[in-house]
Design a protein around this ligand. Sequence first.
Ligand SMILES: Nc1nc2c(ncn2[C@@H]2O[C@H](COP(=O)(O)OP(=O)(O)OP(=O)(O)O)[C@@H](O)[C@H]2O)c(=O)[nH]1
Ligand SMILES: [Mg+2]
Length: 433
Amino acid sequence: MQEDPRKVFLIGLTTSQGNLDYELEELANLAKANNLEPVETFTQKLERPNPGTYFGKGKVEELGNAVKTYEVDLIVVNDELSPSQIRNLEKMTEATVVDRTGLILEIFAQRAQTKVAKLQVQLARLQYQLPRLRTSMSISLDQQTGTGGAGFTSRGSGETKLEQSRQRITSQMVHVRQELTELDKSEHTRAMQRRNNNLPNVALVGYTNAGKSTLMNRLLSRFGIGSETDESKQVFEKDMLFATLNTTVRQLTLPDKRQFLLSDTVGFVSKLPHNLVAAFKSTLQEAAHADLILHVVDVSDEHYQNMMATTEKTLTEIGITDKPVITVYNKADKASLHYPEISGDHTITVSALNSESQDALIDLIVKHIFKDSKIVTLHISFDKNDVVAQLAAQHKFITEEYDETGSWLTVELSKFERNLFQQYIVNTTSVDS
Ligand SMILES: Nc1nc2c(ncn2[C@@H]2O[C@H](COP(=O)(O)OP(=O)(O)OP(=O)(O)O)[C@@H](O)[C@H]2O)c(=O)[nH]1
Ligand SMILES: [Mg+2]
């Protein structure tokens, strides 16, 4: 059973660059995801954080007084703090201080299900903890299994144990990295095999809770192959932050037999910790190799434009800059917008739950990934029946005729396939789509 939420303060700086309202709302959601209940918010207008104490002196005193009055013993900070800022703030307010990075790392730690995700989170946490052993953020190393949230309760390690702890963390980091490298190798092999299939690769990306996994599941239940339409093969979807922490790739087959791969992956949030982005780099590789990105947006959220900017920024950070993107405005049902609605080649408004929306999205995807398709006529002699079988497995023939010299087939082929079957092609016409 879940305990009662613990009361916390949120604190943040108003700068000319940031958008504090949005960031604080996001921070409140991150706190709630950690079973914390924000009771009061403190903000200060400062261009840069005070290097020693984050807030200025007067504001820190005010905060310290409020800690006593409200009997709150945990303060959540909207930015990543230096170890000394955390220490000073803790000393001056007599409360435990958690920064945004620490909070996000905790949520990831609680959500991680697969072995790879657990190791990735563990690595990011260890990297984060190493310089922070003298703050409350240092979680008892015995709890450092990467399985559950440690919950910001334990005080920092004593001075005498400090060096010991440092060494343990360092050696754990080495160990986790080794394990990840091993697992990465086998995943890399699988990814290469998938790429060798030469099916187009489409990746769902976007802010956390936008509906990526829901879209994946709805498309899978209609176009998945064989057992992939089974519920057991569905990915986890839920109304919570960071429901998905791993990457899933599935093959979809359309009624005309054309196929492509669809991947679902971890969602984004502002100021996603660098350690975490680095640790999840291999998870995000699938998007890096995509032929087409579907940027899923929860258009029913009043901050959806900020969320889009956050996603775009994160994509740039992980080096995904020059891919074709379709923006999928999702949850149109909740936003009372008309759906499905396509505007131009790169924008569609949908409800993931609605089958017309799914069809419209599929049409738009097809338009992008098969855009270099052409209708060709092939002539294949009878001793090459395996080639006919190979084509038949992935295509619906537009016409097929047989005479004493072999088969005459007209079929729509991608550029890659036209190269592959070049020797059989007798005639090519372009397709308008
Ligand atoms: N009303 C409505 N709800 C939706 C729609 N699409 C998704 N949802 C709900 O939104 C919540 C989040 O959906 P997910 O698919 O888990 O979101 P996600 O983008 O995979 O989130 P993360 O894995 O956390 O990044 C779930 O409760 C879904 O049922 C939609 O089109 N309309
Ligand atoms: Mg998801």
